[in-house]
Design a binder for this molecule. Structure first.
Ligand SMILES: CC(=O)N[C@H]1[C@H]([C@H](O)[C@H](O)CO)O[C@](OP(=O)(O)OC[C@H]2O[C@@H](n3ccc(N)nc3=O)[C@H](O)[C@@H]2O)(C(=O)O)C[C@@H]1O
Length: 428
């Protein structure tokens, strides 16, 4: 990137701190929030903002490293000294800067605020790169009355801090106050090296209240989940509505093991949770079809799943294409769960795709979502839940669009009636 007149722009790096240890929720930084690992929400926003020269996750944990890379981030393996419960963000950021001399500005984005949008980051990058601020951090407006604390045994009375009890403001008569909300802290290298994240020529960036979510304690988690479903950033891809899920049998619905009896009969095992998942999908109007490159028709009929199935499929992609065309679906409406090399093309083609945790590497690379569950151990159920979350998002986005367009219509009406009144007044 160029700052004009041939000057290279200072290197702006996004840095998400994600240690493995956590006081409350175990491995919180990659725990699935509405089907997406926590760090995934902010990494997606950072990548799509398109303003960073590099995007990093600083971690001390292998699993977090894996997830960070899946989301397209680079990984800084940090030392144990800055990974303790007592380590501050500033210590971890300073260590990162000591290893990355090319970086001039760090945008520390906290994964604990998952409702961040690329548009916020674009505006902050402008403040720091074009308007010359040394540090910018996020705040949110709150309308909260504060009272002084009285410690046990103190012979004092509580005092109002930001209100007059004789004349209490109504929300609409009071602009409220700005609170640091912990979503991000951008700062130039020279400040950080002096031991500050906030200082020099400082600015705050006010976030919309609905985007301001802070997962601090365990009970914040379900609230944050609801919030991202309604207001989170779901990526550049348009939202999809799934109508068909195709699931590979061996290794997805089963764990891939086949037991053979002396009289040449086959036995496989499956998890009842997956059957519940299939039923739930059907109840929501999503067809479930099964596919296998092996002839497992006898086993399938014994399982009595009531799903259309294609066995001995030598070309799975062709079968998928035939089903998609027969049902008159677009690719966006097709979801695919597979685990093997033979599933890779289907995973790439389907609008939504997933693999069980123990799928082969090529399938993992091709899939959009990697289940925590293994094949035959709840992966179908987990993918079903993931699809339901997405459908909720589609519905809530539709609702938001409806609300926006009716608000716009209303504004248009008011504008027209104002114009009408003006014309009338001018005529009079
Ligand atoms: C920049 C900064 O000072 N951040 C601190 C924030 C900030 O003050 C609040 O969010 C403001 O509302 O508070 C803390 O916030 P918390 O502990 O939740 O950390 C926020 C995110 O950063 C990761 N982190 C933090 C410190 C560190 N050395 N390594 C890390 O990987 C966490 O895993 C988590 O994803 C706090 O509550 O103690 C500790 C954080 O260090």
């Amino acid at each position: 990137m160029d700052a004009g007149e041939g000057r290279p722009q200072p290197h702006l790096a996004a840095l998400v701190l994600a240690r493995g240890g956590s006081k409350g929720i175990p491995l919180k930084n990659i725990k699935l929030l509405a089907g997406v690992p926590l760090i995934g929400w902010v990494l997606r926003a950072a990548i799509d903002a398109g303003v960073f020269h590099s995007i990093w996750v600083s971690t001390d944990h292998d699993e977090i490293e894996k997830v960070a890379k899946q989301f397209g981030a680079q990984v800084h393996r940090r030392s144990p000294e800055v990974s303790q419960d007592s380590s501050t963000s500033l210590e971890a950021i300073t260590e990162f800067l000591n290893h990355h001399h090319e970086v001039d500005i760090v945008g520390n984005i906290q994964a604990t605020s998952p409702c961040l949008h690329p548009s916020d980051l674009i505006k902050v990058a402008d403040l720091i790169q074009k308007e010359g601020f040394d540090s910018v951090f996020s705040v949110v407006r709150r309308h909260q009355f504060r009272w002084s604390e009285v410690k046990k045994g103190e012979n004092k009375m509580t005092e109002p801090q930001n209100l007059n009890p004789a004349k209490r403001y109504r929300r609409q008569d009071w602009p409220g106050e700005l609170y640091e909300n912990g979503s991000f802290y951008f700062a130039k290298r020279h400040l950080i090296e002096k031991g500050y994240l906030q200082g020099g020529k400082m600015a705050y960036y006010e976030m919309r209240a609905e985007h301001s979510v802070d997962i601090d304690i365990d009970i914040d988690w379900p609230i944050a989940e609801q919030r991202v479903l309604s207001f989170g950033y779901f990526g550049k891809e348009p939202l999809k509505e799934v109508k068909l899920l195709v699931c590979s049998i061996d290794g997805c619905l089963t764990n891939g093991r086949i037991y053979v009896t002396e009289d040449h009969k086959e036995m496989v095992s499956y998890d009842y949770r997956d059957i519940v998942g299939i039923d739930l999908l059907k109840k929501r109007g999503i067809q479930v079809r099964l596919i296998s490159d092996r002839d497992c028709s006898k086993t399938l009929s014994a399982m009595q799943l009531g799903c259309v199935a294609k066995v001995s499929a030598t070309n799975k992609l062709q079968v998928l294409k035939d089903w998609q065309e027969d049902m008159g679906l677009s690719w966006k409406e097709v979801a695919y769960l597979g685990n093997e090399e033979s599933d890779v093309e289907c995973l790439k083609q389907a609008g939504m795709s997933a693999v069980p945790a123990d799928a082969c590497a090529a399938a993992q690379k091709a899939a959009g979502y990697i289940c925590k569950s293994r094949g035959g151990c709840g992966a179908v159920r987990e993918f079903a839940e993931h699809i339901f979350l997405l459908l909720e998002k589609v519905n809530s986005a539709r609702k938001q669009l409806k609300e926006i367009s009716s608000a716009e219509k209303e504004m248009g009406r008011n504008e027209n009636s104002r114009k009408g009144n003006k014309e009338l007044m001018e005529k009079e």
